[in-house]
Each structure stands twice: as C-alpha cells, then as structure tokens.
Design a protein around this ligand. Structure first.
Ligand SMILES: Nc1ncnc2c1ncn2[C@@H]1O[C@H](COP(=O)(O)OP(=O)(O)OP(=O)(O)O)[C@@H](O)[C@H]1O
Length: 223
C-alpha cells in the first residue's frame, strides 16, 4: 500500500530523513512517533505525495510517485484521506459544507443521506449548520476526520489528531480511527502520546514506527 525503498528527504539540501525502507500493508494500523522536529509530518507528506523523496523510491497504492504526473496527484490524493495537524476550514461555510467540500472539488454530487450518516458517526449531526469558528477543538478534529473520509479513501493519515484535546476526546478520536481500520482502511497516526498508543493495544493490532537519528525504526509487532 505504502512502500519506501531507501528513501531520503531533506529541506535545503541537508537530509532530515534518510535510509527509510519500509512497507505498510493494506489494512494495517500504524502509529508514528518520535521527538518534536524529528520529521513525522515530513514523513507523512511523503506518504500522500505532498513531498517527493530526494532519494530512493516511494510507491503509493502501487504507483511509483516519480511517475505520477501532476494532474494525477489529485486522483491519488482522493484515495488518501489526511487529517492535518492544524485542521483548517473555510470560515464562511458551514461544518456540513466544509465536510462535503472534497466532493465538490472532485466534481461529485453530494448525497445528503451519506453526509448525514457521516456527521452522526463523528457525533456532529447537531453541529451541521454551525460555522467552523463555533467548534471546540475536539469538534474541529472530528469534522476534519469526517472531511478526510468523505471520499472513501483507502488510507487515512492523521497528524497529531489528539494534540489539542482532552483524554476522553482522544479516546473518542482513536475509536473512530480504529473503526475505520476495522472497515479495512489503512491507518497511520502521528502522535507523541504514548498513553494513546498503549490504549490502542486492546482495540487494534497496531505497529509503531519511531523516528530516531533521521531513520525510521519499526518498533516491533507489539506496542
Ligand atoms: N517547509 C520547510 N522548510 C524548511 N524546513 C522545514 C520545512 N518543514 C519542516 N521543516 C523542518 O524540518 C524538521 C522536521 O519537521 P516536521 O514538521 O516534519 O517534524 P515533526 O516530527 O512533525 O515535528 P512536531 O512533532 O513538532 O510536529 C523541523 O526542523 C522543521 O523546522
């Protein structure tokens, strides 16, 4: 699903990440951890073709990212839902309209039944008409997750989804991501939160990737 073969990436000519070789299987659940500034967001960007490796090969959903033409990147990204660290919304659109935005961008019609189901699933049915500015941190994260999955992607990437929410909300977000994984989605979550990783153990077979010394280490089969 996601394969790295001796991949390196650096900003401004110096390698931030190097010698990354790994394979994330379809339907797998991975946490990505490591110190602040280690390169977690950078690694995730390589996983959704926001950045191109400066060395080595990255295959996403069977395609070598070097061979993907600019106009094909949008197609690929529709198969990879991303919850960004600083989830941003269009302030003048309602929560429901923001969540449905990827459909409009892709030129697809909006199915209100599906949208309502999705909003209920993330617990935002009552907030459909609210504006983004009126949402709490946890509601924003759940709206961002709903927006990331509205195109039914194969892969969900979440960058610190529980960074600004309390423990109960962290568990709720984790539960949603576990449910997506149980539906067959490949899930990758960057987090500093070791409690969250331990908590996941009883719900999902998760693996941990750790960035240390510019390299990605697989932390073994268990947590
Ligand atoms: N566009 C950029 N140009 C130059 N340097 C960058 C750029 N983006 C990130 N960096 C640098 O690369 C390093 C890794 O950043 P990255 O955001 O990938 O780390 P991270 O592990 O996700 O950090 P955090 O846990 O704090 O979010 C940092 O030193 C950062 O300043």
């Amino acid at each position: 699903m996601i394969e790295f073969n001796n991949v390196a990436y650096g900003y401004g000519g110096q390698d931030l990440l190097t010698e990354m070789t790994l394979s994330l299987a379809p339907g797998s659940f991975h946490f990505l951890t490591g110190p602040s500034g280690a390169g977690k967001t950078t690694f995730l960007k390589l996983c959704y073709c926001e950045l191109q490796a400066t060395a080595g090969r990255v295959h996403l959903l069977g395609q070598d990212t070097r061979d993907i033409a600019r106009d094909q990147v949008a197609d690929l990204r529709r198969k990879i839902g991303v919850v960004h660290q600083d989830c941003r919304f269009l302030d003048h659109l309602s929560v429901a309209e923001n969540i449905a935005l990827p459909l409009a961008v892709a030129g697809k019609s909006r199915d209100d039944t599906n949208l309502n189901e999705l909003m209920s699933w993330v617990g935002l049915a009552e907030r459909a008409d609210a504006l983004p500015a009126e949402l709490s941190g946890g509601e924003r994260q759940r709206a961002a997750l709903a927006r990331a999955v509205i195109m039914s992607p194969d892969v969900i990437i979440a960058d610190e989804p529980t960074g600004n929410v309390d423990w109960d909300m962290s568990l709720r977000l984790l539960q949603l991501l576990v449910e997506l994984n149980h539906m067959g989605k490949t899930v990758i979550i960057a987090t500093h939160d070791m409690h969250l990783i331990r908590q996941a153990k009883s719900h999902v077979q998760a693996r941990v990737l750790r960035i240390a010394n510019r390299r990605i280490l697989q932390a073994g089969a268990d947590l």
